[in-house]
Ligand binder design. Structure first.
Ligand code: OOG
Ligand code: MG
Length: 261
């Protein structure tokens, strides 16, 4: 696929996001679209947003838990880029009208205190580079019709990234086994799903190891200060007006938001 076509498809997805209008999957027109081309479109999409004045805040990993792999029928972990306009502080309103058909998922996130540069990064190195841990909820909003896509499509669409609701961060990880912590998703006071941190690739640090090594293949790295989402711990749940949504990460903290029109 040539660079003009890649840029055109990035604009197609950016317009879908800006117009809050779902679009036909790219693979309906280009069934041969490779994972690599998916990432190239993602990169062009991020470059477009940077040109429009937005800043990169970090990365998200996706498809890191069985719950998500089964729900979306995709088996490989994927990454996307988080931009400043996606951030929402806990306690605030999410406007449904700003998005297409958003879903929410609970995640464990980190803020890195040092650069993490692969290849050959280990979990020990990632541990040493983590500055803060925080509870987050990711709002995913596929730009594709009916929230259905192939792996190549979702890579192009920046892995459905739309919003990130962040809770209070706590310093470091000393004495906390993140794999053993309970993570809940509550909507209107009801627990709709629950899992342990181990649901994401055995330990939330492992998606970061994988991310650093995937970025290294492209000559890129995780810069100090980045926010890293390690992937949905449970399945994602559709949002509706009036919902009050809370995630609790045992020993780390809670984060909430509510949904308006
Ligand atoms: C793709 C994004 C996956 C996660 O945490 O697994 C993701 C999607 O499900 O639309 O963010
Ligand atoms: Mg996610």
């Amino acid at each position: 696929m040539n660079t003009d076509k890649i840029r055109e498809l990035a604009e197609y997805l950016n317009n879908a996001e800006l117009n809050r209008q779902e679009v036909i999957r790219i693979t309906d027109s280009f069934p041969e679209l490779s994972f690599e081309e998916g990432y190239q479109i993602q990169k062009a999409l991020i470059d477009l947003k940077i040109t429009n004045g937005y800043k990169v805040m970090g990365y998200k990993m996706g498809m890191t838990s069985k719950a998500k792999m089964q729900q979306m029928k995709l088996e490989n972990p994927i990454y996307g880029v988080l931009m400043d306009y996606m951030l929402l502080d806990g306690g605030n309103a999410l406007r449904l009208g700003d998005l297409i058909h958003p879903k929410v998922e609970p995640e464990i996130a980190f803020i890195m205190g040092k650069d993490v540069k692969g290849p050959g990064i280990t979990s020990k190195e990632v541990f040493a580079a983590i500055d803060y841990v925080l509870p987050v909820m990711e709002i995913i909003d596929s730009r594709f019709k009916d929230f259905k896509f192939t792996m190549s499509d979702v890579l192009a669409d920046n892995c459905s990234s739309a919003r990130v609701v962040i809770g209070n961060r706590i310093k470091k990880l000393d004495g906390i086994n993140l794999d053993l912590l309970g993570v809940s998703l509550e909507i209107n006071g009801q627990i709709v799903d629950f899992a342990a941190g181990a649901a994401v690739l055995g330990h939330p640090v492992n998606p970061v190891v994988m991310l650093a090594n995937m970025l290294a293949d492209k000559g890129e790295y995780i810069p100090a200060g980045s926010l890293i989402l390690t992937g949905g711990v449970t399945k994602a749940v559709q949002l509706k007006v009036g919902d009050v949504v809370t995630t609790k990460v045992e020993k780390v903290g809670d984060v909430s938001f509510y949904v308006t029109e």
